[in-house]
Design a protein around this ligand. Structure first.
Ligand SMILES: Nc1nc2c(ncn2[C@@H]2O[C@H](COP(=O)(O)OP(=O)(O)OP(=O)(O)O)[C@@H](O)[C@H]2O)c(=O)[nH]1
Ligand SMILES: [Mg+2]
Length: 421
């Protein structure tokens, strides 16, 4: 992961394989530029080649890349960053041919994660992802040994290069390290499991969304956690959880968590199992969206894709259209009308926050609403219901009192026999 650190200037390149995807590809390169910027790099050129399929050796056309480099030669870039995923051998071929370092989007993201990991949990998760990314790419570091010393042995057909042996030793070391980190992470995971068992009775709510949507800003407005907020990608990497009082004495557990991004490397998703556990276990997801970005529907889809990947797509969602202060109001009104489960807020200036909390409360407890018929002889049960539940309506009928009330799951057993079918 050291390549980025020594470089300052980079060019970004991407291959677009379907003409209809060209606009999307441009967006993706803009995002890659933001990622590079967050990683401390200066982007001096962006180039997209349209071609039907990737070049086997270099991924991108050799002539195209040579031209891109010639065009930016005055800036003297030291790094080529690919928006598409490079195979280890393609990376090696480019570095050899152009005598320049070449990395892909995944490596940039891993670098940012590395720099932003502040908690032990995040650090372990990033380390696991890095090791898994390095494993198939080790050859890059050692191929020079094959060229220098191994060739004679290699040409006999049976012998193997020094580099190759070294790679195997290194691979074994890395595998051992991976196992160690996984054991550590499992401990974190088990600890979380115990913690969440203790909190089982309370409803769990999790903020999810694209990176930079404003999840942590909203979290801070609702709690006193003081989570770091930054106009940078991936400011948050580990989960912070707080108890939060809703109306009428009901509580919920709210978690702020890592943001998502398009084409999230799958190693990262797998490595972030401990952090993403809060998402998977939630009763309700608050999907925070930057509605000041006119492309927000695209980002919504990207987040849904990741939720599907981690098997959280069935959990009920509220779409929190954030940054209302900077959004196009007319457009938003139209969107809100056609999406019932959405609400417009500003985490920054507090607009609509009370209404939003009411919606969360309703959403969480709508499933806990019951109609009961309590005989007039059971006044004690009525009293208990007033104490434990939240009464919505009362009607006096001949056979008893008919009450509509919200009752917590753990109190339900006391009223089971009065439930109306
Ligand atoms: N105008 C405006 N800006 C906001 C609002 N909410 C958040 N922001 C800004 O958006 C940027 C990102 O905010 P964060 O809260 O760090 O976003 P996040 O979703 O937690 O981002 P990651 O942790 O990187 O995934 C910051 O510069 C915030 O000040 C809002 O309601 N209006
Ligand atoms: Mg955050």
């Amino acid at each position: 992961m050291g390549k980025i650190l020594n470089m300052k200037k980079a060019i970004l390149v991407g291959v677009c394989m379907r003409p209809s995807d060209f606009e999307k590809k441009k967006l993706s390169l803009d995002e890659l530029e933001r990622l590079a910027d967050t990683a401390g790099l200066e982007v001096v050129g962006k180039f997209i080649q349209k071609r039907q399929k990737p070049d086997k050796t270099f991924f991108i056309g050799k002539g195209f890349l040579a031209e891109a480099l010639a065009e930016t030669s005055e800036e003297n870039p030291g790094l080529i960053i690919f928006d598409n995923e490079l195979s280890p051998s393609q990376g090696r071929n480019i570095e050899k041919e152009f005598e320049m370092d070449a990395i892909d989007r995944t490596e940039v993201i891993l670098n940012i994660f590395h720099d932003h990991a502040r908690t032990r949990e995040a650090q372990l998760q990033v380390k696991l992802a890095e090791l898994q990314y390095q494993l198939p790419r080790l050859k890059r570091l050692w191929s020079h040994l094959d060229r220098e010393k191994g060739q004679a042995a290699g040409s006999s057909g049976t012998g193997r290069g020094m580099g190759e042996k070294q790679i195997e030793i290194d691979k074994r070391l890395i595998r051992r390290e991976i196992a160690k980190v996984k054991t550590e992470l499992n401990k974190v995971f088990l600890h979380k499991e115990t913690q969440s068992k203790l909190r089982e009775k309370m409803k769990k709510v999790c903020l999810v969304g694209y990176t930079n949507a404003g999840k942590s800003t909203l979290f801070n407005r609702l709690t006193d956690a003081g989570v770091l907020v930054e106009d940078k990608l991936f400011a948050t990497l580990s989960t912070t959880t707080r108890k939060l009082a809703l109306s009428k004495g009901r509580d919920m557990i709210l978690s702020d968590t890592v943001g998502f991004i398009s084409n999230l490397p799958h190693h990262l998703v797998a490595s972030f199992r401990a952090t993403l556990k809060d998402v998977v276990d939630a009763d309700l997801l608050l999907h925070v969206i930057d509605s000041s970005d006119e492309l927000f529907p695209f980002y919504i889809d990207e987040v849904q894709k990741v939720l599907k990947q981690i098997k959280a797509e069935e959990i009920p969602q509220l779409l929190i259209m954030n940054k209302s202060d900077a959004a196009d109001r007319t457009k938003m009104m139209f969107y809100l009308k056609s999406h019932e489960n959405s609400i417009l807020i500003s985490a920054k200036n507090g607009e609509n926050i009370d209404k939003f909390l009411q919606r969360v409360d309703d959403e969480l407890h709508s499933a806990d609403k019951y109609v009961l018929l309590i005989p007039h002889t059971e006044q004690k049960a009525v009293n208990l219901l007033h104490k434990l539940g939240q009464i919505e309506s009362t009607e006096y009928l001949e056979e008893g009192v008919q009450i509509t009330a919200i009752i917590n799951q753990e109190d339900l057993h006391a009223f089971e026999r009065f439930l109306r079918k």
